[in-house]
Design a protein around this ligand. Structure first.
Ligand code: NAP
Length: 295
């Protein structure tokens, strides 16, 4: 039986907002904080047992568990600089943002310095799974802390994978993201290639549909390309950040991440031409714009 009753959620963006709502709906008392306060207010207004805190430290004081769900390692660090001193002695930090290996080690060391129990627990899944409480949680850290945090993970996820010592969750997330980012770039370039060969843009999706070559991601992201409309489930700038984290990890471990380097170059080109706030499949612009320039 877990003793967790009050949960602070720091960061209520595309992912943190619905996660906080689902934690409140699971019966926890939730305090939310977000750098841009309107987003935290919108979450609190949409859920019972959820209130807005004035700052990260105010959210953390008195909480049994603290979820961080902000952009990257530097953002988590800056939020925690204000909040780490406010942790209760038995509170657990559930670090669920995607931060990569180097920042993950820095954050674990910060927790250790302050005697805070730290779980490295990034998630797989995007906006809709976050809204539906269907994320996959890659939980790593001490067994006892994972056991205590389990009801919070169950509130946001449909599958909780327990991976052993802290840091394993982040390494697993990087490997799984390697699959996701390669898939996204492949969908984008395949569709751009089809158009450059004067094929009907629907041909690729209709031909693979329902067979072993199909993927839910191809149909979902391919539809956005067909419609030339890219509302962000995960912004392209975030996908570029994540692909660079894969490259950083590969370099540390002596692995030649040739595919990830290509994906990062294409994503960076689309970000540079102004598509960073659109969904990650807007990496398609890099191939489409190359095609336009070659004409
Ligand atoms: P998002 O909607 O862009 O939210 C980013 C959040 O980070 C916002 O709350 C933002 O605050 C905050 N933030 C950024 N820089 C900050 C700083 N310096 N100090 C304090 N707060 C800062 O992105 P998201 O999709 O929710 O992503 C959150 C995390 O989840 C990221 O690590 C991402 O890689 C990971 N993730 C995302 C997905 C996905 O599909 N979206 C899937 C799995 C994992 P403001 O509102 O003030 O800008």
């Amino acid at each position: 039986m877990s003793d967790i009753k009050t949960v602070a959620v720091l960061g209520t963006g595309i992912m943190g907002g619905p996660m906080a709502r689902n934690i409140a709906e699971a019966g926890f008392d939730v305090r939310v904080w977000n750098r841009t306060a309107e987003k935290a207010r919108a979450v609190a207004e949409s859920a019972d047992s959820c209130e807005v805190a004035d700052g990260p430290a105010a959210a953390v004081a008195g909480a049994d568990a603290v979820v961080t769900m902000v952009l990257d390692g530097d953002a988590v660090q800056s939020v925690m600089n204000d909040a780490i001193e406010a942790f209760e002695s038995d509170a657990i930090w559930l670090q669920m943002s995607t931060v990569g290996i180097e920042a993950g080690e820095r954050l674990a060391a910060l927790a250790d310095e302050h005697g805070v129990s730290y779980l490295d627990a990034p998630v797989l899944g995007t906006k809709q799974p976050a809204e539906q409480g269907q994320l996959i949680v890659l939980a790593s850290g001490a067994d006892e802390a994972i056991g205590r945090a389990r009801p919070v993970f169950d509130a946001v996820g449909s599958k909780i994978v327990e991976l052993g010592e802290a840091g394993t969750g982040t390494r697993a997330k990087l490997v799984l993201n390697h699959w996701v980012m390669g898939l996204v770039e492949n969908i984008a370039e395949t569709m751009a290639l089809g158009e450059s060969l004067s094929l009907d843009p629907k041909l690729f999706l209709e031909t693979i549909e329902g067979g072993p070559l199909d993927s839910g991601y191809a149909q979902m992201k391919g539809k956005l390309v067909l419609e030339r409309d890219f509302p962000p489930s995960f912004p392209l700038s975030g996908a570029l950040k994540d692909t660079r984290l894969i490259i950083e990890a590969a370099e540390r471990h002596g692995f030649d991440a040739a595919l990830a380097r290509t994906v990062a170059a294409k994503m960076a080109a689309a970000v540079d031409s102004g598509h960073g706030d659109e969904d990650m499949i807007a990496t398609w612009y890099a191939s489409a714009e190359e095609r336009a320039a070659a004409r």
